[in-house]
Ligand binder design. Structure first.
Ligand SMILES: [Zn+2]
Length: 390
């Protein structure tokens, strides 16, 4: 079985594509079609597929869950109206790297699995890297099962069962994970690079409450308008991030009643905050919360802040990153502000990431792009790394 990158890519490119980017939510129609595509590609390569009971799929070359397996892969799900490369490029590259290794006559000494992690973006159930967190025991299965999407459907319902949770014998069964991913900044100027670290990052939900009232009859002085507190908090988050050399974004908002002629009673906004170091991130979030409360005092509103997820700082295993960088001809080694399943796995097993150049740096947007030649270079690099490790 030999396929080219262009053939496989054109096969999945239309799945979940809408007018403005991709809608590929975990365990909903387009992503389910991609999961079928995964099983189909695995079958064509005589790679049996197993499911870990958490929604993660594994296509095996060698013993299924034998010992010391080397995993490669990524995720199918997208952020709302995201790009097509973030995630799927790693899975497509995994299958094509297997093809390339077979073409080279490689006989692996340990099992290789191409993996598709479920709900990496947290776009449907709110917790990013949910599949890899479950696999490694970083989240309780009962808590994961109870997470709801915007329609009130739980993750357990979408999965059809309570998740299985941590894989028994995790660290002896998984010897390493190498995730290939499109680079998401503007940091890579050659086709392929290697990750050094992931910034610590998290999500916080801010509930701003005030008093809903008539936009025409309520005097300005009498208002308790939570939209004002929210707006101030968005600006404060931006300013504090700049002051701390960090990143803060408020990009999702819900308003009640969300009517043009009514002062809202509730504004709910989500903060995404990231920094190179945990101390800086703590300082940043504390400063934003403090300024929000000060403003609430002036607006006569109230704020509740709920941490929704946190991903600790990740340093990928230095010796593995160095070995890969030198194997590939001294390619650049660089950190990223984006979270990944490889980051979750890195707390338990040796992990590494390969980045494929992103000419504009744009990601989580329909404008995300990688050149075909760079994707092909990424597949060649991934095949070399998997060959070296197995
Ligand atoms: Zn991704």
């Amino acid at each position: 079985m030999t396929a080219t990158f262009a053939e496989l890519w054109s096969g999945i490119a239309p799945i979940g594509r809408v007018r403005n980017g991709y809608l590929r939510y975990a365990l909903e129609e387009p992503e389910l079609v991609l999961r079928d595509w995964f099983r189909n590609q695995a079958a064509r390569r005589d790679m049996p597929v197993t499911d870990d009971g958490n929604g993660n799929l594994f296509a095996w070359w060698g013993d299924q869950w034998g010992h010391d397996a080397v995993l490669t892969g990524s995720h199918f799900d997208s952020v709302p109206h995201g790009g097509g490369f973030d995630g799927p490029l790693g899975i497509v590259s995994g299958f094509l790297a297997v093809d390339e290794l077979r073409r080279r006559g490689h006989v692996p000494r340990r099992p290789i699995a191409v993996v598709a992690f479920v709900e990496e973006e947290g776009g449907r159930f709110g917790v990013p890297c949910l599949g890899s967190r479950l696999l490694t025991g970083a989240i309780e299965p009962a808590r994961a099962a109870a997470l709801t999407d915007r329609e009130g459907i739980t993750f357990g319902e979408a999965l059809g069962d309570t998740p299985a949770g941590r894989l028994p014998g995790l660290t002896s069964r998984i010897g390493a994970l190498v995730e290939l991913h499109i680079e998401q900044g503007r940091a890579l100027e050659v086709p392929v690079g290697v990750a050094s670290a992931i910034w610590p990052h998290g999500r916080w939900r801010f509930d701003f409450t005030g008093i809903g009232d008539h936009a025409g009859t309520t005097r300005m002085a009498d208002r308790r308008d939570p939209m004002l507190t929210f707006a101030y908090t968005v600006l404060a988050a931006n300013k504090e991030a700049r002051l701390n050399g960090a990143h803060a974004t408020m990009a999702r908002v819900e308003v009640e009643p969300n009517a043009t002629n009514a002062i809202p009673s509730l504004v709910r906004g989500w903060l995404d905050a990231r920094a190179a170091e945990t101390g800086t991130l703590d300082t940043l979030v504390e400063a934003i919360v403090k300024r929000a409360h000060e403003r609430a005092g002036r607006d006569g509103t109230e704020i509740t802040v709920t941490p929704e997820s946190f991903s600790a700082e990740v340093t990928f295993e230095e010796s593995l990153a160095a070995r890969i960088a030198s194997l590939l001809g001294d390619v650049p080694v660089l950190p990223t502000g984006a979270g990944h399943d490889a980051g979750v796995l890195s707390a338990h097993v040796p992990t590494a990431m390969l980045f494929v150049r992103n000419p504009t740096g744009v990601s989580h947007s329909p404008a995300e792009h990688a050149e075909e030649a760079d994707c092909v270079a990424g597949i060649g690099a991934l095949a070399s790394v998997l060959g070296d490790l197995t």
